[in-house]
Design a protein around this ligand. Sequence first.
Ligand SMILES: Cc1cc2nc3c(=O)[nH]c(=O)nc-3n(C[C@H](O)[C@H](O)[C@H](O)COP(=O)(O)OP(=O)(O)OC[C@H]3O[C@@H](n4cnc5c(N)ncnc54)[C@H](O)[C@@H]3O)c2cc1C
Length: 412
Amino acid sequence: MDDIIIVGAGIGGLTLGLALHQAGIPCCIYESVPDIKAIGVGINLLPHATKEFAALGLEDELSRVAIETRDATFFNRFGQLIYQEPLGRAAGYDHPQFSIHRGDLQMVLLEAFRARVGADRLITNRHCAGVTQDATSVTVTFSDGVGGANRVAVRGRAAIACDGINSAIRKQFFPDEGEPRYSGVNMWRGVTRWKPMLSGASMVRAGWLSHVKMVIYPIRAAGSDGLQLINWVAEIETPNYRKRDWNRAGTLDDFIGAFADWHFDWLDVPAFIRAADSVLEFPMVDQDPLPRWSFGRVTLLGDAAHPMVPRGSNGAGQAILDARVLTAALVGHPDPAAAFAVYEKQRLEATTRIVLTNRSNPPDAILREVFQRTHDQPFAAIDDVISRDELVALSEGYKRIAGYSKDALRQS
Ligand SMILES: Cc1cc2nc3c(=O)[nH]c(=O)nc-3n(C[C@H](O)[C@H](O)[C@H](O)COP(=O)(O)OP(=O)(O)OC[C@H]3O[C@@H](n4cnc5c(N)ncnc54)[C@H](O)[C@@H]3O)c2cc1C
């Protein structure tokens, strides 16, 4: 009854559980799936997120399974270099940028939670169906798995919805919201075992969405065969899409043709894609920002609160920042409703700006700018197209909005 109930053991829910425990606040996590499996492909953790993991004592664990990303490198679809800048520690940050398999990240968090908080504090096969509250407590109802017939009601001091983009609790408070909003861009994603390319720790963005844009970065160090596990995403403006399902298999023939000419000295892209372990297909979706997240003793966190299109490497990071701010608010305010109001004040406007900027001006705006100015033709020299100062300004502008400019991080 004294517990904070966390709904969902994804990246946000597990980070929140660890942060609350570190602050001495009892909590229990309830997760829909019966077994938490290492699902997903690549995810990036920018220095504002890794700073929080360092505070939770997890930086060493993560560095063992992640790649410390060193540079962002942008090319046009003809393989011409547009812009390169250092990232993470290589750029002078106090904390690294990690590129990591989502499953590896979730497993590090899960093991830490079980070891520190207790395995009995994470209950699986509990699919949240709704929440009610009175003046002193909340009651969250769970079925045994999605569509399960058996129901259990759990009482706690407060409830935090960390149940992702299809959040049941968000739907309860905003029943008319409708399905996630399609951006017009479909994504095919996969991982390929391949020899290191460029710096061996590069985050590559190439091409542009109207033809095809590619994002490539390694997520696991090379094994004895010298091959890294390399994450890739192909993004194409496509009118039709199917509902997001993290496990939906994609078909190579639906998109590989767009890469027919992508044979570069640093990578043969069609061969690289064909060598993938498997291909997944997701539509790029988000939701319009909400006017509020908190309703008395209940609030939303992570994708449940502010789903965003994955164009700024910020979805996981913002969930992690939410967890830190929410924990600090609960430490400062014994009344959860007061704490949630403080949390919402600090985080709602900040994440709204990111959701909207990810739609209009994420880091790949650099590619759009060059695509438009060159009319999708090769250039003789990049300086004739766009100055270094303009490129730096585009990149730095996003960092400021997303909260990871070096100055902002040192002050926080
Ligand atoms: C299976 C899966 C694979 C993903 N793969 C990628 C990827 O490859 N790359 C990427 O960038 N992002 C991926 N994401 C999304 C990414 O994890 C989030 O965008 C981000 O990390 C924010 O995390 P979150 O905790 O808010 O949401 P999530 O990480 O999505 O976690 C939500 C959790 O809540 C659980 N849940 C959902 N509904 C209920 C319910 N009604 N009751 C109880 N529990 C519930 C889910 O099973 C999940 O464990 C994936 C998410 C999932 C669930």
